[in-house]
Design a protein around this ligand. Sequence first.
Ligand SMILES: *[C@@H]1O[C@H](CO)[C@@H](O)[C@H](O)[C@H]1NC(C)=O
Ligand SMILES: *[C@@H]1O[C@H](CO)[C@@H](O)[C@H](O)[C@H]1NC(C)=O
Ligand SMILES: *[C@@H]1O[C@H](CO)[C@@H](O)[C@H](O)[C@H]1NC(C)=O
Length: 300
Amino acid sequence: MFFFRVLAAALLAQTTLALTPAAHTASGLPVFLAPSGSRVQPSGRNMEVFAPNGTLIHTFENVIPNNLKTKRQPTLARRQDLSSTEAYAQFNTTPDNFIQSFNTTFVIPPAPTTFDSQIIFLSANVQVLDADGVPFGNLRAALQYGGSWVQGGPFWTYAIQLELPPSGFLQVTNIGADPTLEAGQRIVNTIVADTEFNQETPGTFWYIASFDNVPDAPTLEVGWEAPPQIAALQLEEEGVSQASDYPAGSFVFEQINLNLTSGAPTISWTTSVDPTTDVQVKVDVDGSQNAQVSIVFPSA
Ligand SMILES: *[C@@H]1O[C@H](CO)[C@@H](O)[C@H](O)[C@H]1NC(C)=O
Ligand SMILES: *[C@@H]1O[C@H](CO)[C@@H](O)[C@H](O)[C@H]1NC(C)=O
Ligand SMILES: *[C@@H]1O[C@H](CO)[C@@H](O)[C@H](O)[C@H]1NC(C)=O
């Protein structure tokens, strides 16, 4: 009897190996925090979060779709999940030709002149799609304005996140680091394939998101059994009620460079605007090399 109790306790300890949500989004999705340098990897239909010291700290259960095709993916029209304002490119990536790196730089704009508890995310991200073209994972390096579930206020901060729709978010933090960014600062944003790890674990495609030139900014590494098919430059917002809740003018993603493992692809950015906002997206320079995309905010 005692033995079984010990065994049950051990099993229980294993299954309760989970982080407590640090917060919830406005729509009620949990947000978990992990230390910078954490790795998230697939295991069956789960995504497991390992701290930099190798300890499994959290499991997102059943977040990988059943219908994931890991071999050769047909070209699919992407299905829009949420209404958002973005420029995106879709690739028929394969295990032999996947996104090698996706970089951009931008200058932090002045803060909006009014703060109504709105939250704004401006991100470069890569997304994995299921066999129906629905995204089930989004790794992003984001600039945040406003107070989130875990940080911020009426100022700019950085946020590196993995979104696992519809299960929630993982955000990485560096203990003691101040995520605040200043207007006028130029930020380098990179999402790069981890070549070494890809070779060590064939069939898993690893990506590291970081802000290269920001001291103390965290990094997050995520592996998927299918290479991401979407690269996007995106604006998401919640709670904006007037033009002055946005920064004035435009936010410009500059020096956008995206290479596949085979080199620079010929691409054209597709834009999509959230019809409930007055924000526009402009592709100033198209293509995969030194491209430029502007998010144009309504004038106050
Ligand atoms: C490993 O890192 C996790 C997360 O930071 C921490 O909770 C745990 O105590 C660490 N374990 C060891 C053995 O250092
Ligand atoms: C993106 O940035 C990384 C890190 O600086 C660099 O290694 C890579 O070559 C860059 N990729 C492109 C396409 O410019
Ligand atoms: C991206 O691909 C282009 C064309 O194949 C190549 O000239 C360039 O050096 C590549 N950039 C990186 C950073 O690998």
